[in-house]
Design a protein around this ligand. Structure first.
Ligand code: C2E
Ligand code: CA
Ligand code: CA
Length: 531
């Protein structure tokens, strides 16, 4: 194909709608949550199939028409976002690429705005990527461009940081919100000089308040390394290649509905003060992408306050509260002395050690609607910063009340079982009906020299000589009735070699379908009233 033919086809492809937008998701490597995506253009060529941007983007730039392609991509992205948003679905912010020429087109931002407004997409869902090389010369024009985007509420990203231009000056002169580091610019093995450079770049970006996204991350080692230097956001083949819209839709569905452990975004890179602004990125994440969580204020005077909770927080508590009602309560009233001490120790430790902490506590929350409710909560704390006389925490919660109660029930029954067996004259055991496994009490084990479990009960016990042979059939019959679920069975049976008479009793427990599942047996010495 001649070059002029390619150019002709390229332009008519705009009208024929042959360009597709692929999306490459970005993840928080600390919890595999999706945090954004980049829009990357493809040409679905009628003869040649899917072509990558290197086959036509440079040509669009050569003929000075890249702005048309970029506006096309931008429109596709807005259409996609607005479709999801108007269906009430979650979205992540989408980054779009912007060529150097776009920056020098004085009306480019106005065109973006026209499109965005036409689709009614909030600017915070759109991020503009400017490649480092575009930013290098004519810095003040770029700085103006970025400032204009900022005023309109866009997030602005520097693409390909570290690709070899005078990166540091650019960072100093232009206020980028996000810096994308391409792993391929740091050559080969992680660690060594490359590793040191990356670590200091991350530190520097944190210093100027920019978030770092590692791009071209292909291996777990690269992603782990980034996390180790305090930067969790990654984009690359390790997680996903750029995918067509439909596939991305599915990724988005899976990510947002997956019941992963509560979100622990790297809030160190997000401004904690942003939580007070409902339009901020932090608030968006807090309300939409995070599991049950609260922002806590822990005062130097020991006071505690929930500054903010998300809707999942109330759901997790499982108590009928309105958000306002909950926020008006003093959290310390939820705790008894012992549990308060546990909770406070976890907060203090997070302050002292600067590390994330967690604790399990019982809380009694009382609402106008429900009255008192006792809940067993696991809380995890992440210190966000200090505001006035208080520390601000990100606290995620999980409600473990049911697990805790069933655990306690088991503990309680085991305790009773142990105590009962230790009382004189009583032997006790548990019999599992479906498996025919018998678990004797400690006293049975000691006096009758029984193992911890007896399989194939009662045959194994009969064989062991605990039941005399002439009583074996009677006992088999009793066990058959137990298996059938007959409760409150009772018989006098002489036990052990000494044929001491015992009253053997059974109670049977059924599951919620009414099937007999467990039986509790006891043997009490028959006391002769004459003695
Ligand atoms: P870019 O903006 O740096 O985009 C990232 C490129 O790296 C993409 O290539 C992506 O597919 C690729 N990539 C992602 N993860 C990995 C990885 O783990 N390993 C490797 N080796 N590569 C990875 P793609 O889609 O071929 O895009 C190439 C370039 O074309 C882009 O580089 C961007 O500069 C340009 N481009 C793409 N879409 C547009 C657009 O809509 N407008 C403009 N002006 N340029 C675009
Ligand atoms: Ca890019
Ligand atoms: Ca890049």
């Amino acid at each position: 194909m001649t070059k002029s033919q390619l150019v002709k086809d390229m332009l008519s492809a705009l009208d024929n709608h042959e360009y597709l937008v692929y999306y490459q998701p970005q993840y928080d490597h600390s919890n595999a949550y999706m945090v954004g995506a980049e829009a990357l253009v493809r040409w679905d060529h009628p003869q040649q199939g899917i072509l990558g941007p290197y086959d036509f983007v440079p040509q669009f730039e050569d003929i000075g028409q890249i702005d048309r392609l970029d506006a096309y991509v931008y429109e596709e992205v807005c259409r996609y976002l607005s479709t999801r948003l108007s269906a009430g679905k979650y979205v992540v912010p989408i980054s779009v690429n912007c060529s150097r020429q776009d920056i020098f087109h004085s009306d480019f931002v106005d065109r973006l705005e026209d499109i965005r407004k036409r689709y009614d997409v909030p600017a915070r869902y759109l991020r503009i990527e400017i490649t480092e090389s575009a930013a290098v010369d004519g810095s003040f024009i770029v700085a103006d461009f970025v400032e204009k985007l900022h005023r309109l509420g866009y997030v602005v990203e520097m693409d390909d940081f570290g690709s070899g231009y005078s990166s540091l000056n650019v960072l100093k002169d232009i206020e980028f919100d996000v810096v994308k580091l391409d792993m391929k610019f740091f050559e080969g093995t992680i660690g060594g000089r490359g590793g040191v450079i990356i670590a200091s770049v991350v530190q520097m970006c944190q210093g100027i308040g920019a978030t770092v996204v590692a791009e071209g991350v292909e291996t777990v080692e690269q992603a782990d390394f980034m996390r180790s230097v305090g930067s969790n956001y990654v984009q690359g083949y390790l997680y996903s290649k750029p995918v067509p819209e439909q596939a991305f839709d599915q990724l988005l569905e899976q990510t947002t509905i997956a019941p992963m452990r509560p979100m622990e975004l790297s809030y160190t890179t997000l401004e904690s003060s942003g939580f007070s602004n409902p339009e901020s990125q932090e608030s968006l994440i807090f309300n939409r992408f995070v599991g049950p969580a609260a922002i806590l204020m822990y005062g130097d005077d020991g006071s505690l306050r929930h500054a903010k909770i998300n809707s999942r927080f109330i759901q997790e508590l499982d108590v009928a509260f309105s958000e306002e009602e909950f926020l008006s309560l003093d959290p310390w009233t939820f705790f008894d002395e012992e549990n308060r001490a546990v909770y406070q120790a976890a907060l203090d430790k997070a302050v002292e050690k600067g590390e994330d902490t967690s604790c399990d506590t019982w809380c009694t929350v009382c609402s106008d609607l429900c009255g008192d409710a006792k809940v067993y909560l696991r809380s995890e704390f992440q210190l966000l910063g200090r505001f006035g006389n208080a520390y601000q925490f990100f606290a995620s919660i999980r409600n473990f009340t049911l697990d805790r109660l069933s655990y306690e029930a088991v503990e309680e029954s085991e305790r009773k079982f142990r105590n009962a067996s230790e009382q004189a004259n009583v032997y006790a055991w548990e019999y599992d009906i479906p498996t025919k496994i018998m678990r004797p009490c400690v006293r049975c084990m000691r006096d009758l020299e029984l193992p911890k479990i007896l399989n194939n009960y009662p045959e194994s016990a009969i064989e062991a000589g605990i039941f005399p042979p002439d009583y074996a059939d009677m006992y088999r019959d009793m066990m058959r009735r137990v298996d059938e679920g007959e409760s409150n069975l009772e018989a006098v049976i002489p036990l052990t070699a000494d044929r001491i008479p015992f009253i053997v009793r059974y109670t049977v427990e059924r599951d919620k379908h009414g099937r007999p599942v467990k039986a509790y047996g006891s043997a009490t010495l028959v006391v002769d009233p004459q003695e």
